[in-house]
Write a protein that binds this ligand. Structure first.
Ligand code: AMP
Length: 430
């Protein structure tokens, strides 16, 4: 490497700095509370998997695998990949862990980093974070609605207002192949108006054209035949029930007949949740998911219908910031006490005292690394803390502590053995 070249994050990757952590934590809290309520258990799968899992599962000709997957050969010669999504890993874990022996559905959730070598742009990163939940082993439309409801609840809990659920059914192996032919026929007649990527998609999978964001393809798409008019009886009945449940749950949804989602394994229900700003513009989906009744079998497991969803945490956090949605309903409590200390002996003893306060559930700020009393008092002042405990050489030797009330400037002395108890009283009296 050029000696002068600066070491910095890779393109499309970033540090999540301390000030942003509160937002990430808030999203995590919302996800934890909803998944717990709906009895989903936490699972963690490895970040690195056999590339084959995603080639088979996500689909070899999907963008996520063909263009964006980080894959490489290990020294031992194995072809491995950084996970571009969670669902195939969870389906693999379900098979590998023999979870079909458990009462069904098996409900699992996870969160963590994913990797896609996408063109970096606003809201798109090459390492990004998702939360994800999957219910495996249940074919009933009610589970589709439960997953949609949970996704919606998480965003509501995070104070998003103008959110809409877009739903569609993309059929199954019974009805999709014939619909693809109908769709290909339509797009062939408009081939010259499609972007070059879509001209290729026309051969590989015409459904993907419906996903294209190019303006000219959007125009062609507007007149395309709709899959809901071509569903087989089973898919039609399933979708009808999903919509009836959504009505019953009073969830605000719209039918989007062109929603297909970019992955191979989806069957029947697909959905996305988008947030619209005041001017009606949208920054893309915040959560997306659907049913995938064939994936587990495709990966070597039993016939296992399943439904899942994934939410983009980075995008949710970015929107929370621009919409000024507070990371926490209750602002983080500021510490009640500041512990200032001077000299080696006091420092040593104040470490123990700090721990005693923690056991008593009283939050204490300190600056063990700062020496001057003035600096420490200034810090306490800036933090708006009323009580400062000053622990110097004399105090440490004579086993007492000086309490300074920052509001009045009055100082008093407390025996070291009584300090936790007395401070507890003072704080409770406030
Ligand atoms: P997907 O797994 O593609 O269905 O995406 C689910 C959610 O993850 C999307 O709705 C986005 O919010 C988020 N997401 C997908 N790709 C990225 C990315 N490259 N950077 C940031 N967020 C992403």
């Amino acid at each position: 490497m050029d000696k002068k070249q600066k070491l910095q994050t890779l393109s499309g990757m970033r540090d999540i700095l301390p000030e942003e952590q509160v937002y990430f934590k808030r999203v995590q809290k919302a996800v934890e509370s909803i998944t717990q309520y709906y009895s989903f258990s936490r699972i963690d799968t490895p970040i690195l998997e056999q590339a084959e899992l995603f080639i088979k599962g996500t689909g070899a000709d999907t963008d996520a695998v063909s263009k964006e997957m980080y894959s490489f050969r290990t020294k031992g010669g194995d072809l491995v990949a950084l996970r571009p999504e969670f669902t195939p890993s969870i389906a693999r874990a379900y098979i590998e862990g023999g979870m079909y022996n458990l009462p069904q559905p098996v409900k699992l959730w996870t969160s963590g980093p994913l990797f896609r070598h996408e063109r970096p742009q606003a809201g798109r990163y090459r390492q990004f974070f998702q939360f994800d939940f999957e219910a495996l082993g249940d074919k009933s439309p009610s589970i589709d609605c439960q997953v949609i409801q949970m996704s919606y609840d998480i965003l509501k809990d995070l104070a998003f207002k103008n959110i809409t659920i877009e739903v569609n059914s993309i059929g199954d192996q019974e009805c999709r192949p014939s619909f693809k032919k109908i769709l290909a026929g339509y797009f062939k007649s408009k081939k010259v108006s499609l972007c070059s990527d879509c001209q290729r998609r026309l051969k590989e999978n015409p459904l993907r054209i419906l996903d294209c964001k190019e303006e000219k393809c959007q125009q062609v798409k507007a007149g395309a035949p709709q899959i809901i008019d071509h569903l087989c009886e089973a898919c039609h009945a399933h979708f009808k029930q999903v919509l009836e449940f959504l009505d019953e749950l009073e969830l605000p949804y719209t039918l989007n007949p062109y929603l297909v989602r970019g992955l191979d394994y989806y069957t029947k229900t697909v959905f996305e949740i988008v947030e619209k700003s005041e001017d009606g513009s949208s920054q893309g989906s915040l959560v997306g998911g659907g049913r995938y009744d064939n994936l587990v079998k495709m990966l070597g497991g039993r016939d296992t219908p399943a439904m899942g969803a994934a939410g983009g945490i980075d995008r949710i956090v970015n929107l929370m910031k621009t919409r000024e949605l507070k990371p926490d309903k209750k602002p983080a409590e500021k510490p009640e006490i500041f512990l200032a200390q001077l000299g080696q002996m006091a420092k040593r003893k104040s470490l123990k005292l700090f721990e005693e306060f923690r056991s008593a559930k009283i939050s204490v700020a300190e600056s063990f690394s700062k020496d001057s009393l003035r600096t420490q008092l200034n810090t306490a002042n800036k933090m708006g803390i009323r009580w400062v405990l000053i622990f110097g050489q004399k105090e440490a030797l004579e086993e007492f502590i000086t309490l300074r009330d920052m509001d009045s400037g009055v100082q008093s002395e407390i025996p070291l053995s009584k300090v936790v108890e007395e401070m507890k009283e003072k704080i409770n009296k406030k």
